[in-house]
Every structure is written in C-alpha cells, then in structure tokens.
Ligand binder design. Structure first.
Ligand SMILES: [Zn+2]
Length: 252
C-alpha cells in the first residue's frame, strides 16, 4: 500500500468518519433536544412558573413515600398542574401568606404509569407497615380504598398538600405517614393509610384547627376535599374531568 492510499484510507476511517460521527451526534441531539427540554403538553404548567412561593416537597420522585423508592413516571420532584388548578393554588397561597403560612405540595399531576406502579407494588402483597399503613396489609390497600387503580391526580387538577409556617419551629413529625414535611401538626403525615387521616377524625385540638384551616382555605380557592385524606383536594371546576394523562413529570 503506498502512502497516498494509506492517507486516503485514514481519511475514510477517521477524518470522514469523525465528521460523519459529529454530524450524526448533532442530528441525534436535535431529535432528542425536545425531550430533554421537557416541553409540557398544552394545558399544563409547572406550579413554580405560576407561584414560586408555594413550597414543593414532591414525594414520589424519591424514596420518602410508601413504596420507599422513586415511582415510575417521576423524573423530577416538581409539581405540574392544569393552569386553573395552579391559579387556584396561588389564590390559596395569597390567603395564607397574610398569616405567615405557606402551602406545601406533596403531589400534583400524577402520570397513569405511576398509578400502575402503585397497583403492581400493592399486589406484590406483604404485612402492614408501621410507618405508612400500620393496620392494613400491603396487599389489602386497594380493597380498603387506600390505593386506587385510577387516580384523580392523572387528570391534572388534584393536589396533595399541607400548610407550613413560614417561620418558627415546625411541628413534631407524626408517627404515621411522610416524615420531615415540616408542616403544621395535621395529626398524621401525608399518605398515612389509616382512619386517623380522615379529615373529620377526632384528634387533639390543634390538629382539628389545622385541618379546618386547610379545608377552608382550599374550599375558598375552588377545591373540594376527599374526606378520607385531609391532604387531598380536587379543583371543583377541573378542565379535564374525564381525561387521564401519562406524560412524565419533568423539570424545566
Ligand atoms: Zn391525592
């Protein structure tokens, strides 16, 4: 092989190949770019773009939930909602700010694949769990109504939340449900699957007062509470009452 042929071969292998590779990478990055930029489908917004003062503690994106791990479909710990639901939350937040309080959201829009993950996990069965479902076996969570095979959250106008003080010492952590929420005392934490989480359950004075404040604030902003979970609210006038979505929860 003479030098010219060697050079031609090297160009073909590395020079051209390198350029081709670069072009291929550029082309692929263009294809992938929209996914990485994580455009939301029309009709949805990130809550932080509507009201950045609302605290977010989105539990299914990490291990601090009843499954003890990240849930399918949660690529980021962010709250996504329909615009009217986000606007209504901003209204509730404004009302609380005058009392040196803030909303803190635990879950918002929830993809269908996340709900399917809950169902698969539940059907694997297991004993009660002192932290999340102290009296109910894991395999009974669906039958007892604590885990649904479909969720209002997938419609984009349902939110799980509590209220936290802007300053001062947070309430002691509850023995059942999410820990470290730093909210007012609601008697249980978010996702405590127990009768104690029923909004009207009789617990000590401050707990009732705090649950009442949450329900009244959210009702005034246009939401309805689910009586079995003090933290769960759906916008009364939701834009997609019959539609469930499955796009992943992503950050900007
Ligand atoms: Zn909920």
């Amino acid at each position: 092989m003479n030098r010219l042929r060697q050079a031609l071969l090297a160009t073909r292998l590395f020079g051209d190949g390198g350029r081709r590779l670069t072009r291929l990478i550029l082309f692929l990055s263009l294809l992938v770019a929209p996914a990485l930029a994580a455009e939301l489908p029309g009709g949805f917004v990130r809550l932080s773009d509507v009201d950045p003062t609302i605290r977010q503690d989105v539990r299914y994106a990490g291990p601090g939930n009843f499954l003890g791990r990240r849930v399918d479909g949660y690529e980021a710990a962010v709250c996504i909602l329909t615009p009217p639901a986000a606007a209504a939350l901003a209204k509730a937040q404004k009302a609380l700010a005058t009392q040196d309080l803030s909303l803190v959201v635990f879950d918002c829009y929830r993809p269908k694949r996340a709900v399917a993950d809950f169902v698969r996990w539940t059907r694997q069965g297991g004993p009660p769990d002192a932290r999340w479902h102290p009296k109910v076996k894991r395999g009974d969570l669906i039958a007892k109504g604590y885990v649904g095979v479909r969720s209002a959250h997938s419609r984009g106008s349902t939110v799980d939340l509590g209220i936290a003080p802007l300053q001062g010492a947070p309430a002691a952590d509850p023995s059942c449900g999410a820990t470290g929420g730093k909210t007012l005392d609601f008697g249980t934490g978010f996702d405590c699957f127990d009768p104690a989480s029923e909004t009207a359950s009789r617990i000590s004075g401050d707990v009732s007062k705090n649950r009442r404040l949450l329900v009244e604030t959210m009702t005034a902003a246009g939401f309805r509470n689910y009586r079995r979970e003090w933290w769960h609210f759906t916008l009364a006038n939701e834009p997609y009452p019959r539609k469930r979505f499955d796009f992943p929860v992503t950050a900007d």
